[in-house]
Design a protein around this ligand. Sequence first.
Ligand SMILES: Nc1ncnc2c1ncn2[C@@H]1O[C@H](COP(=O)(O)OP(=O)(O)OP(=O)(O)O)[C@@H](O)[C@H]1O
Ligand SMILES: [Mg+2]
Length: 220
Amino acid sequence: MALSLEVSGLKHSINLHNGTRLALIDALDLHLEAGEHIAIVGASGCGKSTLLSLLAGLTPYQSGQVYYRCDDQTLNPAEVLVHSGFVFQQFHLLPELNAVENVALPLQLRGNRDAQQQAIDWLTRMGLAQRLTDNITQLSGGEQQRVAIARALCAHPKILFADEPTGNLDEKTAEQVMDLMLSGARKSGAALVLVTHDMALARRMDKAYRLSHGRLSLCH
Ligand SMILES: Nc1ncnc2c1ncn2[C@@H]1O[C@H](COP(=O)(O)OP(=O)(O)OP(=O)(O)O)[C@@H](O)[C@H]1O
Ligand SMILES: [Mg+2]
């Protein structure tokens, strides 16, 4: 199964406290091929996280069109969610669950009986074999980030949205985690939309776009 994404004329604005309206996303177009890996860069506050949330269907957009296609069929938002993975900038892990439980949960919701073992395998790959049953709140920012990445990857999504997924990691760990993310995505033929401030990382993607004034322009 291969998932592609077509976005045209996407608009999204927010109301600021001073009563003005700020157009964060403004007539934005994007085509993402199945299995294509792209980076989105741009200044802090320009709307990258908002855009990712709109593309993934987590925030309802105000106008324009976002179509997901799978083998010439258009998917509805619920089908898209089943096939997508999301690494949130603020992680959004469940604080009352431990690391394994956080990663296993999406698999269990899909009826996977091997969820626990697969969660352990992914956390081990992320270098967290010693922290499996630690409460999330006892983990460092970078450790929590790796749990969030394991959670997104373990369900083998067909499209992965990752919002600054290595922002809390040291250089060496960031490289190892990115290698795991890229090889995982390539193995399952998944598309990747990666938000990053790291231009060297952006250059490793098939394409890199800059978000500015609500639109994307190609950097490479
Ligand atoms: N729900 C909301 N209500 C009000 N303002 C919002 C909301 N969501 C985002 N914003 C504002 O929209 C702007 C863009 O936010 P967003 O998080 O998308 O930026 P970003 O490009 O991801 O920034 P960063 O690189 O710092 O993560 C910011 O000024 C933010 O304060
Ligand atoms: Mg952001």
